[in-house]
Write a protein that binds this ligand. Sequence first.
Ligand code: DC
Length: 227
Amino acid sequence: MTDRHITVAIDGPSGAGKSTLARMSAKEFRLLYVDTGAIYRTVGLAAQRAGVGSRDAAGVIQLLPGLDIAMDYDRTGVQRMLLHGEDVSREIRTPLSSIYASDVSALPEVRAFLLEMQRRLAREHNVVMDGRDIGTVVLPDAGLKVFLTAGPEARARRRYRELTEKGTACTLEEVLRDIQYRDKNDSSRAAAPLRQAEDAVLLDTTDLSLEESAQALNTLIRERFGL
Ligand code: DC
């Protein structure tokens, strides 16, 4: 084992399997898994609860100074999101929350508000952090950057399976539409759009099984950090 500080940045579009794979690698190498999408989702939920429209920029920005957002880990190491002390980890996963998260995350003020929280986690822990701008903005010096992607249909099928297994009622068409909406939103926004960092390794999992994808990611981590 190495005593080097380890930071792995995983970016990519919605449903590419970032969180599943990042979690598996975190377990394999004893890293802290940080799901940054959950943090944006929590801001979105706060707006939703306050009755502010997802595209009401002024309304969302006005909420920020009063927001108490925190993150912790339960006994099994699962990340939980707390909004004013309340565990909202489940509530941030609804399809409406996904839209809210995508919309509020386009605001530079929201991104600036969450930046230090993400950087502090990476300074204080060995992390594998997933999101959209981790390699490009949040951790430009990450030891390993991976851009994880897959075709939209493959991503929709995986997300659909995940949601229905958790008991969320939805159709495959809805999930595909949601993914296409967010792809467009997340890549076309002016503030920290989704894009592959120049020094990121591209991992396309369209034709890979979960096990093959995990193996590919773990090999990258092992080789980069000499683990
Ligand atoms: O990863 P996710 O689907 O839970 O993320 C929800 C939304 O948050 C996504 O549509 C884009 C946004 N997001 C972002 O802009 N930057 C990040 N680092 C993570 C997520």
